[in-house]
Unconditional design. Sequence first.
Length: 671
Amino acid sequence: MLVTVEDGVATQVRGDPDHPTTAGVLCTKVSRYTERTYHKDRVLHPMKRVGRKGEGRFERISWDEALDTIAARLREIAARDPQAILPYSYAGTMGLVQGESMAARFFHKLGASLLDRTICASAGGAGYKYTIGSRIGTDLEQFQNAKLILIWGGNPIASNLHFWMRAQEAKRRGAKLIAIDPYRSLSAEKCHQHVALLPGTDAALALGMMHVLVRDGLLDTDYIARHTIGFDRLAERVAEWTPERTAEACGIMPAEVEQLGREYGETAKRGEAVAIRVNYGLQRVRGGGMAVRNIACLPALVGAWRHAAGGIQLSSSDGFPKNNAALQRPDLLPNRPRTINMSTIGDDLLRESTPAFGTRIEAVVVYNANPVAVAPESPKVAQGFAREDLFTVVLEHFQTDTADYADIVLPATTQLEHVDVHSAYGHNYMMANNAAVAPLGEARPNTEIFRLLAARMGFADTCFNESDDEIAAQAFRRDDPRAVQVDWESLKRKGWQKLNLPAAPFAEGGFATPSGKCEFYSERMLADGLDPLPTWIPPYESVASAPDLAKKYPLAMISPPARNFLNSTFVNVQSLRDTEGEPHLDMHPSDAAERGIADGSMVRIFNDRGSFVARARVTDRARQGLVVGLSIWWKKFASDGRNANEVTSQRLTDMGNAPTFYDVLVQVAKV
């Protein structure tokens, strides 16, 4: 990003035309970043609560009072059991400095509970790693050279614009784009074909495609022989997944399975690049890890990895030689504390002390996150944060739904106001984040806040005195050949440096699995109590897998990102919220008619966990039997003070301990 600064004020943010991935373009959200930074509601001073939890009533205090109060409470709790203290953070900033560096050091030294950060991608990451070995894949900049692109479980116009630019270039060059998604998203509408399967059935569709590939001999037998393991067992397994069986599971037609499998295999047989961009939506169901695993098997079957523009991309995260040990200092831990899953925070905040769970959570420090809005089964999350005996500190830019429950709110800096260094999960560039303007008001970077707290707690280790530049200089392992001797000062000057990676990472095998091959059969999965072969794990909640529940709640619901929001970030930017309007629920015309719901009606969406209201949009963009609530709204901006997470579940995925946001049955009624 390039930031224009006039008289110390950032006036414009735009994409850097020289950066090969950004190419001068930013998404709708980030292009409004100055509006967010200078928002009239920005938290610019420390505050303490003066009302009831959840009311959001605060008064201004000094930094000294805030830090003294926090240190005193944490010291008191830690004296009994430091594991009663929990950090709660995720990707409010994805920087390696302002994310988990000084903060992690602080909580490690304290001996606080560890947080399992599962809320976004851990299920798919686990499935991908069992199969491919690490989260690397097709380079974003190569997709434009593919002849067939499957956009599986994502809406890149909203959430991956720089990939979409490459996909559109591929389309102009004659490539075919196929969207696989229960919902006809903005992206699906612009693809040549849309396969509208039921939520939670992506693993079954991949099995059906593999059946067609094996049955019709659309395989790269040389690549399979040299660079994969377990093909014979896989072939036996997928023989069961006829197009008819697959179609029944997925709620589509057998001809769609046949066509998809044949087109994928035949394009590869012609020696042309076939590529899959798989995204995180499809792994937010019970069998989400297995779904990604199954899809990750497809490129090796047809030899797609031979081409730089072939293969699959879920994430590029593991391409970066991050030095997490230097950043986070796990050696500071006095012993191995318990781990709390961030996706079950609702239940965990309500647990009493038990031998199995350990001591009750007595303090939570939230930074880079908004759990009251984004964590599943929100009624329990709010109930937990409402505990009067829970001491809560929130580092924030705004008074979010979570900040309303805080005892102390601390003003944090935005990306424009601090130093950071970034890896990525969609491209292969190490990046410097240079501060463009001075911090507004009394805002301070996360690192500085945790430095000050460490001093108040008496932590004397020299790592707590390191500056942000000193931390950034340690972010990447300089002796790693992927980093080609990256130097922080030169990275700051240039802004980015591409990783030294092969154009086609697995053209000659070399997978980061124990066998060094793409593992159709995984001994590690067997050892971990999982099916070692690709399979289908039905959803917890669907008409087919839970028929009794479906009698009460017959509609599947998904809540993918709204185009103008980034999870709960940007929801309070007026221009973006004006574009979204209000919470909507997209319903198929037949489902709406059955319930007497007209387009524009206010409706109540509910199940045994909770309910929320939205305005109905009657449209065939939602397939029959599915409702879609584009998300995620701050509760305070909804007419009933609730959002889609009122009805989501805290049940976890098959692997990766991740949430099942899109594994939900509901009923809808006119208000």
